[in-house]
Design a binder for this molecule. Structure first.
Ligand SMILES: Nc1nc2c(c(=O)[nH]1)N[C@H]1C(S)=C(S)[C@@H](COP(=O)(O)OP(=O)(O)OC[C@H]3O[C@@H](n4cnc5c(=O)[nH]c(N)nc54)[C@H](O)[C@@H]3O)O[C@H]1N2
Ligand SMILES: Nc1nc2c(c(=O)[nH]1)N[C@H]1C(S)=C(S)[C@@H](COP(=O)(O)OP(=O)(O)OC[C@H]3O[C@@H](n4cnc5c(=O)[nH]c(N)nc54)[C@H](O)[C@@H]3O)O[C@H]1N2
Ligand SMILES: [Mo]
Length: 722
């Protein structure tokens, strides 16, 4: 073999091989984990993918999804041209149309709704992709609709609210400086790999870890103490830990005396939660609760690391998380190094050590110049604390038409199966006058509901600005040209803004002008970023001081940390909210609905993430799907012995609402009496097991993670029929 052939086979970049390395980022994951990429490109095609060593977030590493990026980019399901529906809705019949035609049809339909019903009747939706959101938000407001709606209404926002209501500004765990990390319902080894690496580094330096998780997850396996609670009982556990910290005098006396509101009532309330009662409610041995409470309170500084969603995917989720965050204040670990340190977010949910005008950019119009967003009448705290409509209420408002009708949706990646009771969502979408969907792939939602489908391109075919908590920023350049006729989502938005005559000086100038405007206070410019294709450290990052509340007070109505929330209290009469972080078992549980529990004796938890699947995005990639080809339910081997279920058997998982059939996976990762189903597969409709109104009454979040079910071997049923 000659040298050239060897260099070609090795995919070595150089003029002789025609291979060049282009820098980009992978945006399949959430903004917390978007790894830097080295893309090996030859003749306009990506031939190899590696993690980028320069990017301090992933330092050359890549997860399985990123490694399979070529299967994602070049997948046969990619939408190739704009499409217009030709058959009846749901028939899946489309014809290719020009961009001109597709954008014209969208413009006409949105304008028609605006004239006939008002701009608020148009919803601007984004599923689990983030990069274009500030631009989409601005367009929605300029159009006159308060209804920009995203996955945030089922994802991390309730966890953030639990902090806002308790501590004012949310504080993230300062893992590098903490002596103890209380990991509450998250498994970063599968979901936020960049952070998992920081945890392992800190552990080597002596960090003690407490993990609160119903499963023996990879995170829990790293813990010094694993509190293996029953799903949805987090509040009881947190209150039992508070009971020990208070009664053993381990709390921060100075902080409690000077900076908190409602401590006496909280202290009285936690007396009910002795460790023994905690054990009865959660299943965690009282002695372990004691050990964990003492470790967390003694190891100063200590930090709480919340998951984005598992704890709040519960009918008492927001209050359960408030009870957990109360421990941060109780032990004086709020806004200190090594504790839960408060840092402003720089851009799209990430802190980067600089300030931007993202919010000003999004708010092209004042919110009070528009009608209240969807869900305001049902979940008033939602629209008070956040500037979006509530996705969970969307199907309800489509059906009821009150307080105003919803007529059209312009969606960027919508998966109707993410909603509880997806059939209710489907029925609701079918009632709309007009639906346009931009996506990368021809999804089931595109086929079933769209009047117009638009082909968006992936992150490696376009430019994007991203910042990382490691004080690093990047503005990517397209590594390859957009495939087929696909376009970047922002271009779709700019084109529509022009056609809708929104007459905005920023949107009309394009993405780079918008970013320059947003980044202006930071001193970072697109020009400078372009000189650093692999990204660059943030110039002169801001160092934020500890205990900012000493100067500015807490950003709560009382100006203090609130064990008793004044905002929740305001709604106590009208909506029945508790001001204290009161514990209530899940709405469907052995305690609350014992009759139901007789027929449905298992606790059902839907949603625990697998490393290679993300939402509905990667199940179609052969490398990913082959790792776990069939939809399955995790069951404890002891339960299976009793039920005569063996590995790989077909089992029906049923609730009073619905039933799915999946393969049994026997694993000691899950405790007896609890079953876990992953929602990543398109073959089964997991959320059909959950009622549309099985919700946390405060946050409106669905109780995906704690309800009741039964499990039966389906072969048995067939045997009986024979
Ligand atoms: N049972 C159960 N249900 C759940 C959860 C659970 O734990 N259990 N979790 C909930 C949570 S936390 C979340 S966040 C949601 C996630 O639910 P969704 O937000 O619906 O996420 P996905 O299913 O990944 O759908 C995202 C869509 O966006 C498309 N897309 C990706 N990138 C782009 C892009 O750049 N442009 C465009 N135009 N489209 C793009 C994808 O192809 C896909 O069709 O699910 C919720 N539902
Ligand atoms: N690979 C991959 N990464 C992802 C995603 C994905 O689908 N795949 N999704 C992204 C999204 S949308 C989100 S919101 C995040 C979610 O990120 P995580 O919150 O880390 O993910 P989960 O796997 O849902 O849950 C984490 C742990 O919570 C535990 N848990 C379940 N129920 C409860 C409970 O009631 N109480 C407590 N204390 N723990 C509980 C589970 O057993 C699991 O080990 O991940 C993001 N990253
Ligand atoms: Mo999420």
């Amino acid at each position: 073999m000659n040298d050239h052939t060897e260099r070609m086979r090795g995919k070595i970049p150089g003029p002789d091989t025609g291979i060049a390395i282009r820098k980009s980022i992978c945006t399949i994951c959430d903004p917390d984990s978007q790894c830097g990429l080295d893309l090996y490109v030859k003749n306009g095609k990506i031939i190899k993918v590696e993690g980028s060593k320069e990017n301090p977030h992933n330092e050359g590493t890549l997860c399985s999804k990123g490694a399979a990026l070529r299967q994602y980019v070049y997948h046969q399901d990619r939408i190739r041209t704009p499409l217009q529906r030709v058959g009846p809705r749901g028939s899946g019949k489309f014809k290719p149309v020009s961009w001109e035609e597709a954008l014209g049809t969208i413009t006409n339909n949105l304008n028609q709704v605006k004239t006939g019903s008002g701009p608020e009747s148009v919803v601007f939706f984004s599923g689990y992709s983030f990069w274009y959101r500030p631009v989409l938000h601005r367009m929605a407001y300029l159009f006159g609709s308060p209804n920009i709606i995203t996955n945030a209404s089922v994802c991390h926002l309730s966890m953030i609210f639990s902090q806002i209501l308790t501590l004012g500004l949310p504080g993230g765990p300062d893992i590098r400086n903490a002596k103890c990390l209380l990991v509450w319902g998250t498994n970063p080894f599968h979901t936020r790999t960049g952070i998992a690496r920081h945890i392992l580094d800190a552990k080597e330096r002596g960090l003690k870890i407490i993990a609160v998780d119903p499963r023996c997850s990879p995170m829990a396996a790293q813990a010094d103490i694993h509190l293996q609670l029953r799903p949805g009982t987090d509040g009881a556990l947190a209150l039992a830990m508070a009971n020990i910290i208070i009664n053993e005098g381990l709390f921060d006396h100075d902080f409690i005396q000077n900076y908190t509101h409602g401590f006496d009532e909280y202290r009285e309330y936690v007396q009910e939660f002795t460790p023994e009662r905690g054990e009865a409610l959660t299943g965690v041995p009282a002695e372990k609760i004691r050990m964990a409470a003492r470790l967390f309170a003694d190891a100063k500084p200590a930090a709480l690391m919340p998951g984005s969603s598992p704890v709040v995917h519960n009918t008492n989720g927001l209050q359960n998380h408030r009870a957990a965050f109360a421990l941060v204040g109780l032990t004086g670990n709020y806004d200190v190094a090594g504790g839960n340190f408060v840092e402003p977010l720089s851009y799209i949910f990430e802190p980067g050590g600089f300030i931007t005008r993202e919010t000003e950019f999004k708010h092209a119009k004042k919110r009070n110049e528009m009608p209240p967003p969807i869900g305001d009448d049902r979940f008033p705290l939602w629209s008070l604390l956040y500037d979006e409509g509530h996705a969970v209420h969307l199907p309800f408002q489509i059906q009821s038409g009150t307080p105003y009708p919803i007529k059209a949706i312009l969606a960027f990646g919508i998966n109707y199966r993410m909603w509880p009771d997806p059939d209710f969502m489907a029925e609701s979408l079918e009632k709309l006058d007009f639906i346009a969907i931009s996506d990368l792939f021809m999804t089931e939602s595109c086929r079933r509901f769209a009047d117009i489908v638009l082909p968006a391109c992936t992150s490696v075919e376009r430019s994007e600005f991203r910042c990382y908590p490691e004080r690093y920023v990047i503005y990517t350049q397209p590594a390859i040209k957009p495939l087929y006729e696909s376009r970047p989502d922002v271009e779709i938005i700019f084109e529509l803004a022009k056609r809708l005559a929104l007459d905005d000086s920023l949107l009309s100038q394009g993405f780079e002008a918008c970013l320059d405007w947003i980044l202006e206070p930071s001193g970072i410019t697109i020009n400078e970023l372009k000189k650093h294709p692999a990204g660059m450290p943030v110039p002169n990052p801001i160092t934020f001081p500890e205990k900012k509340y000493l100067q500015q007070g807490f950003v709560t109505p009382s100006g203090k940390m609130e064990f008793k929330s004044m905002l929740l209290e305001k709604y106590s009469k009208s909506f029945g909210y508790d001001a204290l972080p009161v514990y209530r078992p899940p709405k469907y549980s052995r305690e609350t609905t014992p009759e139901l529990a007789k027929d449905y004796p298992f606790i059902l938890n839907t949603g625990t993430r697998l490393p290679m699947f993300i939402g509905s995005q990667t199940y179609r990639l052969p490398w990913m799907r082959n790792l776990r080809p069939e939809p399955f339910v995790d069951l404890n081997p002891d339960d299976c012995r009793r039920l005569g279920i063996k590995q790989g058997d077909d089992v029906a998982v049923s609730t009073a609402k619905g039933s799915i059939t999946v393969k049994a996976n026997l694993t000691n990762q899950v405790q007896p009496g609890v079953v876990h189903v992953s929602p990543a597969y398109i073959d089964v409709k997991v959320n059909a097991l959950i009622e549309a109104d099985y919700l946390d009454p405060i946050s409106g979040f669905p109780g995906y993670k704690a309800l009741l079910c039964k499990v039966e071997k389906t072969n048995d049923k067939n045997d009986k029929k024979k």
